[in-house]
Design a protein around this ligand. Sequence first.
Ligand SMILES: Cc1ncc(COP(=O)(O)O)c(C=O)c1O
Length: 392
Amino acid sequence: MTTPDFDTIIERRGTHSAKWDKMEAFCGVSPEDGIPMWVADMDFRPPQSVINAVRDYTNHGVFGYFGDDDAYLNAITWWMKNRHGWEVDPGHIFSTHGLVNGTGLCVDAFTNPGDGVVMFTPIYHAFFRVIRSAGRQVVECPMALNDGRYTLDFDRYDGMMTGNEKMLVFCSPHNPGGRVWTQAELEGVLDFAKRHDLIIVSDEIHHDLVLPGQKHIPMANIPGAADRLVMMSAATKTFNLAGMHTGNVIISDPDLRRTFDAKMGALGISPNAFGKHMVAAAYTPEGADWVDALMAYVDGNRKVFDDGIRAIPGVKSMPLEGTYLAWVDFADTGMDATEVQRRILKDARIAVNHGDSFGAGGASFQRFNLATPRARVVEAVERMQQAFSDLQ
Ligand SMILES: Cc1ncc(COP(=O)(O)O)c(C=O)c1O
């Protein structure tokens, strides 16, 4: 494999990119000189194998119904076994229109209107929208902050359960904050789910994006989890293919699988051929080398960002174990969130995600996407130091 180039700036403006072409409308930051660090996609091209697969398909030029899933399913099982030590039966894989769609389908299939859906907050904002739009209750269990990193406080959560809760939407690795959960923590999550009879929907979309020295453990490998577990993963986050909207929902329990299958059938969900071609080309040895290079590069960006942010008094970047999403706490600046946001958006001209959209515990934080060429991270840090220079 040729060494991937993550340094070259690729022009994304004017390409219908949500992150670039919607930043003015959503964040009030002009794409002319603004830096988009909000939407969780990357400013990088995927491995050449993926581009070639799409090129071959478009060169052929006939886009009829797709009818042979073998290469696609084999690629998924190969990847899960080789990268994550997880044996997947191809007959257990469903393809959804991404994992927000997968979450919505699980909520619809396994809970009823009015039921409670538990989440450890702060957590990925789209889950709130999906759960509430379906008429279910979000039950927010705030994570604890211990030595500046998130941990789970099951004693507290036990006391919050009412018996109305039916499902836990779990994020592993966790977005935001980037925790890569340990075996003991995952066992704790399973015990908690058993105590309250919750189905676990484990969204592991960030599973490949772990920083050097970290190891992701799939919830499916925790003994005793299978009969209450729905696994969700996707090549989209790993390889920057989010526009293809293809996700995997993997269910080994026959009863849960039957229920989910009926929901897929009722709604006529069938994914697109582009997604299947891209997944088959991404989950390969070439793709594996590319991810290793990517995470080494992201780690370099993280160091540049954290060092620069640490120099601003009162501002702390949480030590990331996974994801490319820095999670920065402004609580000790003494400023309210409105002033922090004004300085980031207007003075630094950086589009970020505001912490309050991630639920309880997020209000003093801002999320910065580091999956961009290093020069842009350096520029962002300089702008941040300038915007908060009165604190120096
Ligand atoms: C935890 C988590 N789940 C799901 C998604 C999005 O999934 P999809 O694009 O497949 O709908 C994201 C995107 O950032 C995410 O962080």
